[in-house]
Design a protein around this ligand. Sequence first.
Ligand code: SAJ
Length: 419
Amino acid sequence: KKICVIGLGYIGLPTSVMFANNGFEVHGVDVNDSVIDSLSKGEVHIIEPGLKELLNSAIEKQTFTVSKTPTEADIYIIAVPSPINEDKTANLRYVEEATKSIVPVVQKGNLVILESTVPPRTVEDVMIPILEETGLAIGDELYISHSPERVIPGKVFTELVENDRIVGGINSVSSDMTVELYETFVKGKIHITDATTAELVKVIENTYRDINIAFANELAKISDQIGVNVWEAINFANFHPRVNIHLPGPGVGGHCIAVDPWFLVEKQPDLANIIHLARNTNDSMPSYTAERAKLILENNGTPEGKVAVLGLAFKANIDDMRESPSMEVIKHLRTQGVHFTAYDPHASKIEFEEQTDSFEEAAADADLLLILTDHQVFKELDLKALRKQVSSPVVFDTKNCIDRVKWEENEFKVYKLGD
Ligand code: SAJ
């Protein structure tokens, strides 16, 4: 069978190569020229363990092709971004455009699957009206379902296979066809529901995480005031069999957790109270972090000192800088007139021009090392060498990722967020 995947980003590309290595002929589509160019040469434009190998093997088997426009296929998978607008309303432009782009090619008997995360009712209210333009009887001649992706960047290929999957068809035939497709590689359970429930399920998973992180962030602020180490407190609380508090940090980044809760706020602004408050709490963390950094500089007698911002990606060991709290922290440092350098071992300089070329360059003459991402590299620094590079040996660890004792042994003064 032939699959056409629309959108070759963090989800679409791994999904494409997965199917292309599991007995399907896959055609990938992306509107971005540079994505098509690099994939045609067998190069990947995103960092994900295992991706390059699977891409090369699919190219070798000749089961994966790419272009800018959809071709005829049996199954269409839409995996395009669904961001929010400035005013925090859902931007469904890409989902709409992707759906429109397949209208000329879909045929009787085809299945269309939406993998992008969307506000509940998007399949029913946005996609179906567009697909009706094919003239096919929806549900009888054209099958549609929502099967939201739920994988975590960095572990995509493990989670694609092992995670349970939700399939929400517009009718049972659509669901069954979708289950049959994913069963080719999914080892987790596949749960069947309707499209709108599947949409809500996906959004509430990320909202749950956002609210839980907001709780942790609030606890960090409280701990800063009452002189308790929040990391230790959360760790102990989590030994309780029914408690699972997430971790604080400089903010919530990425294109999912910081976005999806707004889909519910937009739908029901008068009811989504905790959801809205949690979003605001998490959005307040970058400015809180920048203020604490400034305070640390002042308390150490270097109010005009230089901050070395370490970590620009939105989380550990990835290159993805979308909605990264680091960018927000930098914005606040800038408005506070704090001098800074910035470096990330994974993220590309193209994404943030001001990034230094090396860790050493960023750390040179710094009065405060501000760790914003818990990249593995930051846990393995040569502290003796680092001690000589910096101007003042002070570090502010917002992710609780460095070993206090080791740093203190090397004369560093260690501050942690929420401590
Ligand atoms: N973060 C915290 N504290 C925590 C956990 C995370 O501050 O305890 C921050 C991270 O540093 C990061 C942000 O939250 O800035 C989001 O990171 P994440 O690892 O929680 O999630 P994502 O965005 O990479 O992936 C999430 C996952 N959703 C859930 O775990 C419920 C993933 O399974 C989804 O597939 C993905 O969103 C998505 O695409 O929706």
